[in-house]
Design a protein around this ligand. Sequence first.
Ligand code: SF4
Length: 85
Amino acid sequence: MRVDQNACTGDGLCVQLAPSVFEFDVDGLAYVKDDAGELQTTDGAYVPVPLPVVDAVVDAADECPGTCIYVERPDGTLEAGGPLS
Ligand code: SF4
């Protein structure tokens, strides 16, 4: 999964729904965290979705106002979020 920070509105829905994998950086935009909890501050950084939070992440992607959370299945097809890019 990844976040397109260029489209993030900074509303924080994802951080509320799945705080173990989404967090704001100092720029007020959401970024993903890796399995060690480290914030990945590179734009569009990709991390695997931990199994316990798959539902929360898919919900966040479905409800994200910026349509900028991309969740992909292992085969590369889109689970949720905007168009593949
Ligand atoms: S829900 Fe979407 S738009 Fe809102 S902070 Fe998270 S990534 Fe950004």
